[in-house]
Write a protein that binds this ligand. Structure first.
Ligand SMILES: Cc1ncc(COP(=O)(O)O)c(C=O)c1O
Length: 394
């Protein structure tokens, strides 16, 4: 597949080699025009925009647009809130479906927000949160496990869990499987339906390019959600929100996981951003990303060997970013950014770079390698301007 056409769909600043890994996708031109259109609707339609411009339906419409990108049925995904809130909602729902059980199992590769939320829920409910090593997850599952809660692609190393195998193993012991797809959606081919995920959540500001603060999604397997009373029963998750009934009655399906007023301007930007995926195959996006990753791995090994690959070597076992470890990773990333190569630093020692074929090609990797080699050979990162005291890196 030729991705030169998709690159033209993005508005990237000149002179920047954007391998951010991936905290924020760049701006699709269609996101900007969709956001401008929504501003115009607000100006012209005022309150009438909720129905006249379809604002009220955006959470469900966006869910249907994201569903094919994650291998889910259209009516099993809803958009809105932040990912942290979605983690809370999905975990509470899953725990309610296994009331007799006492444990949540997760791993040390999970994102801090997920772990903090699970720990607090466990504390309030008198449950045990077991945080085990990523390769010990399978053996940690047992008859007391209520929920297996994992982030599929590790935000630091890109190590990818086997969703189908671990979900099946969770089901074997009678538990439910909840997957955080923050670093998966738009990065790797996903088949939630085939993999047997019970719940999944993810953000849209990374590989889905919805913009800073773009809302999150929640997926519930068909059939499961009808038994869930949401832990946050907001009025827009009610079956008849404008009946203003004093008693809560959940909306049919996953729409019950809506809470309150949707962020229309962000959602409009996301709606535009999602149009760039039209006609693309995730399998080809991922295969191309892995070709770019290999080019970067080989180049770094040859020209900057002090940066040690901290991601799995096998492309089948990792997501769409690469982690390189170095004790001075923070200063090194600052030196890269000063030269136009934008990536992330992740404490304590990770340089993180994402391979995103929609807007990154082989020439960008070669330019990145020139910058990496120059910085590492000249030890430019030793410049005091790049020291930790200079403030946070992305
Ligand atoms: C895996 C994972 N889960 C949860 C979060 C938290 O997302 P949010 O800040 O949108 O709530 C992040 C943020 O990067 C993440 O990477």
């Amino acid at each position: 597949m030729d991705f030169s056409a998709t690159r033209a769909l993005f508005d990237l600043p000149d002179g920047i080699c954007y391998l951010d890994g991936n905290s924020l996708g760049p701006q699709p031109r269609a996101a900007a025009s969709a956001a401008a259109r929504a501003l115009g609707e607000w100006q012209g339609q005022l309150i009438g925009g909720w129905n006249g411009a379809g604002w009220m339906d955006l959470p469900v419409a966006l869910g249907a647009a994201i569903a094919p990108l994650i291998g889910a049925a259209p009516d099993t995904v809803v958009v809105g809130e932040t990912l942290s809130i979605r983690v809370h909602q999905a975990l509470m729902a899953a725990l309610d479906l296994r009331p007799e059980r006492t444990e949540i199992v997760t791993d040390s590769g999970n994102f801090p927000s997920d772990i903090y939320i699970a720990a607090e829920i466990a504390r309030r409910r008198g449950l045990t949160l077991r945080v085990v090593a990523p390769d010990a997850v399978e053996t940690a599952l047992g008859p007391q496990t209520a929920v297996l809660m994992l982030t599929e692609v590790d935000y630091r190393t890109a190590r990818r869990h086997d969703m189908a195998r671990l979900s099946a193993r969770a089901h074997e012991v009678g538990a439910l499987a909840l997957w955080d797809l923050a670093h998966s959606a738009g990065a790797v081919p996903l088949d939630l339906a085939g993999a047997g995920a019970d719940f999944a959540v993810g953000c849209t500001y990374k590989y889905l390019n919805g913009g800073p603060g773009s809302p999150a999604f929640l997926h519930a397997a068909p059939g499961l959600i009808e038994a869930v009373t949401p832990a946050l029963p907001g009025w827009l998750g009610h079956a008849a929100p404008f009946g203003f009934d004093m008693d809560y009655a959940p909306a049919p399906g996953v729409a019950r996981m809506r809470i309150g007023t949707p962020p229309v301007l962000q959602m409009a930007a996301l709606q535009g951003a999602l149009t760039v995926w039209k006609g693309l195959s995730m399998t080809e996006v991922f295969a191309t990303a892995q070709g770019l990753a290999q080019r970067l791995i080989d180049g770094v090994a040859a020209r900057a060997p002090a940066l040690r690959l901290a991601s799995p070597e096998d492309p089948a076992r990792r997501g769409s970013h690469l982690a390189f470890a170095h004790p001075e990773a923070q200063a090194i990333m600052r030196a890269f950014i000063a030269r136009g190569l934008v990536g992330d630093f992740r404490a304590p020692d990770i340089v993180r770079l994402a391979l995103t074929p929609l807007y990154i090609g082989p020439a960008d990797i070669d330019r990145a390698l020139d910058i990496i080699a120059e910085v590492m050979t000249s030890r430019a990162w030793e410049d005091p301007a790049f020291a930790a005291s200079a403030g946070p890196v992305t």
